[in-house]
Design a protein around this ligand. Structure first.
Ligand SMILES: O=C(O)CCC(=O)C(=O)O
Ligand SMILES: [Fe+2]
Length: 264
């Protein structure tokens, strides 16, 4: 296993030339076949992401939009993030949290990508609503997720120049054997200098990044742990809302991780 981070995003390809997967699974569906799952994993490896189009219905999307608007208003029209399953339990996001079909899909994707048994873990889930100036501070922060697989459901996406798409350098590292190696990666990425370099690179060489267009109701899959990613900013007077389901902490049984958690 190599431990370096490869920064050339060879996987970045013009997205308009991607072939559509033609896979269809909705939040009420029965799951995908092994072949469909293999094709989904292949898309993530090749293009940096895969997508299930119109994963939730228009009615569920409309209800979520109302939910987001209310949450933003209740927060004083500022950035708000709701984490965990409870605050969203009554929405279609609650249905997704509880869905055995979706969980099984995540587990099979995890296994096919890591060749490790899928851990029986809840999602780390979050509903992010960006708006206002503070919302802009939560943009262009490049990071690795702590979980292997990230599911992203756009809910509200502002039109215009600053439409807040997801910017990704896909699959630049492997899943680390050791939690300590993961920590080193994170320190190397999460410092002002690296962040400045990546922001400059995004401006000067946008073609080196994969930009995932955020279409509401679609469900996007990418390797959050392996990919450097962030959301582009959106206009301060608009709302950008995304629901994230992070799945599969590869270091869940790390002794170092447990010790650090206990001592902090
Ligand atoms: O909101 C987004 O588009 C991405 C957020 C993200 O990467 C995360 O929460 O880990
Ligand atoms: Fe992330």
């Amino acid at each position: 296993m190599t431990s370096e981070i490869v920064l050339s995003a060879d996987a970045a390809q013009p997205l308009d030339h991607r072939e559509s997967l033609g896979l269809h699974l909705t939040s009420d569906g029965n799951g995908l076949s092994e072949t469909e799952i293999a094709s989904l994993v292949q898309d993530i490896e090749r293009d940096g992401y895969a997508v299930l189009t119109q994963y939730i219905s228009q009615a569920d999307l409309d209800a979520l939009l109302r939910f987001v608007r209310d949450a933003v208003a209740a927060a004083g029209n500022r950035y708000v993030a709701l984490s965990g399953p409870e605050p969203v339990a009554e929405t279609v996001l609650g249905k997704m949290t509880e869905s055995p079909t979706l969980k099984q899909l995540c587990a099979r994707i995890y296994e096919s990508a890591t060749s490790r048994p899928a851990p029986d873990q809840p999602y780390y889930q979050i509903l992010r609503c960006l708006t206002g100036d503070f919302g802009r501070k939560h943009s262009m922060n490049f990071h690795f997720d702590s979980y292997v697989l990230t599911l992203l459901l756009p809910i509200e996406v502002p039109a215009g120049n600053d439409s807040g798409e997801l910017i990704v350098l896909p699959n630049v590292r492997s899943v680390r054997r050791w939690y300590a190696a993961n920590l080193i990666d994170k320190v190397l990425l999460d410092n002002p200098m690296t962040q400045r370099i990546l922001r400059a690179m995004a401006k000067l060489h946008p073609e080196r990044f994969v930009r995932i267009p955020m279409v509401p109701a679609n469900l996007y899959f990418f390797w959050g742990y392996r990919s450097i990613h962030t959301n582009a900013p959106c206009d301060a007077d608009k709302i950008r809302a995304t629901a994230l389901f992070h799945y599969g902490d590869p270091h869940h049984d790390s002794k170092l991780k447990k010790w650090l958690r206990r001592s902090h």
